[in-house]
Write a protein that binds this ligand. Structure first.
Ligand code: NAD
Ligand code: IPM
Ligand code: MN
Length: 371
């Protein structure tokens, strides 16, 4: 039995989490596992009622879980950062979830806004460093509120933090290459035995301290992976290339801040925010990992029952992979693929008029049919 902590959170969070849990219930038997769900009441409503963001006792209870499934946090009535830093970032940091794994994969039948590109071209994974950089919250104000105000926010980069993230990226490229070698490799690359590509994305031309450390570490770590090709892009050029030639990417390894930005772009390549899943991983399993859609609480559509639940469903698939339940995760991806290929039902973000629950139900039907 595995314990899954569930943080439905704010806005569309509870709407998509409901569908995720229904699908989870349907696939758990496939791997012969039982999942004990523990709900955690965290988010804007609790904060507004009690002033509590994430009490230590709740954090201690979350730590006992085998994994966490989160919808989204962020509330229009709460100042920006209170919930995001106090819940999401706190969990990512406290539980040493040092990799934020964000696949960018276009499913057949889904339209990408990138002209002329299809599922064969858009199949990359972003390994976003998740415990350092500007997200650490190092900094402060002096003379706040005056004309002489100074605000400083420092990017923290440690050799060990960078190295473990990059090693994860190389290992991932290797394991992807075992299943299907990266198709962007040249014939010569293949003859040399290369199976995958890691592209490091940073800004070495400006951040000449922090990203010099990244580059030196990248070069050193790459020596241990002679079967993996390496490449480097500045982050601005990466944004351009993700649009113009997404097929050039296999695994991208990048910093926390840049990873945040390029994965919203990645979400759009794969059909929109409603489809992009993620895992905040503690690869050492010394604390639970957390799985969540890349999107936020989407206040503009919250309460209407029209949020696309697929990002949440694919996040459940990643959670199952992490809990060693590969049949369940494969079944979810297969069923999601079937519904997307069928073209209906679709929520408004994908051009349809279906409700969140309609899409969830269709995926569960597809699961039954595929079982
Ligand atoms: P957002 O991702 O919530 O929304 C961006 C756009 O995408 C909106 O137009 C929204 O309607 C659309 N969208 C998002 N999810 C969708 C879905 N499942 N189906 C259909 N359309 C969807 O980003 P934002 O508006 O910048 O942020 C809103 C709040 O969420 C803020 O408080 C922010 O801090 C927070 N946030 C939280 C997380 C998280 O909990 N992981 C992530 C991002 C943003
Ligand atoms: C994400 C979000 C978060 C981030 C925010 C809400 C703190 O944008 O998960 O991508 O910046 O990491
Ligand atoms: Mn983001």
């Amino acid at each position: 039995m595995a314990t899954i902590g569930v943080i439905a959170g704010d806005g569309v969070g509870p709407e998509v989490v409901e569908q995720g849990l229904a699908v989870l219930a349907d696939v758990s038997r496939l791997d012969g596992k039982r999942f004990d769900l523990v709900p955690f009441d965290l988010g804007g409503e609790r904060y507004l009622k009690t002033g509590e963001v994430l009490p230590d006792s709740v954090l201690a209870d979350l730590r006992k879980c085998d994994a966490i499934f989160l919808g989204a946090v962020g509330h229009p009535g709460v100042a920006p950062g209170v919930l995001e830093k106090g819940i999401l970032l706190k969990i990512r940091f406290e539980f040493h979830q040092y990799v934020n794994l964000r696949p960018v994969k276009l499913f057949p039948g889904v339209e990408t806004p990138i002209r002329g590109k299809g599922p064969d071209d858009i199949d990359m994974v972003v390994v976003r460093e998740n415990n350092e950089d500007l997200y650490v919250g190092a900094g402060g104000f002096t003379r706040k509120g005056t004309a002489e105000e100074v605000a400083i926010q420092t990017s923290i980069n440690t050799r060990s933090g960078v190295e473990r993230c990059l090693r994860f990226a190389f290992e991932l490229a290797r394991s992807r290459g075992k299943i299907k070698p990266f198709r962007g490799l040249s014939a010569q690359d293949r003859e040399r035995g290369l199976v995958g590509l890691v592209t490091m994305v940073a800004k070495t031309n400006v951040l000449t301290y922090a990203h010099d450390l990244w580059m030196r570490t990248f070069t050193e770590v790459s020596v241990d992976y002679p079967d993996i090709k390496t490449d480097y892009n500045h982050v601005d050029a990466c944004c351009m290339r993700m649009v113009v030639s997404p097929e050039k990417y296999d695994v991208i390894a990048t910093t926390n801040m840049f990873g945040d930005i390029i994965t919203d772009l990645g979400a759009v390549l794969q059909g929109g925010m409603g489809l992009a899943a993620s895992g905040n991983l503690n690869p050492l399993k010394t604390a639970p990992s957390m799985f969540e859609p890349v999107h936020g609480s989407a206040p503009d559509i919250a309460g209407k029952g029209i949020a696309n639940p697929i990002a949440a469903l694919l996040s459940v698939a990643m959670l199952l992979d992490h809990l060693d339940a590969p049949k369940g995760s494969a079944a979810i991806r297969f069923a999601v693929g079937k519904v997307l290929a069928a073209g209906t039902p679709r929520t408004p973000d994908l051009g349809g008029s279906a409700k969140t629950a309609d899409v969830g139900r269709a995926v569960r039907h597809a699961l039954e049919a595929g079982a």
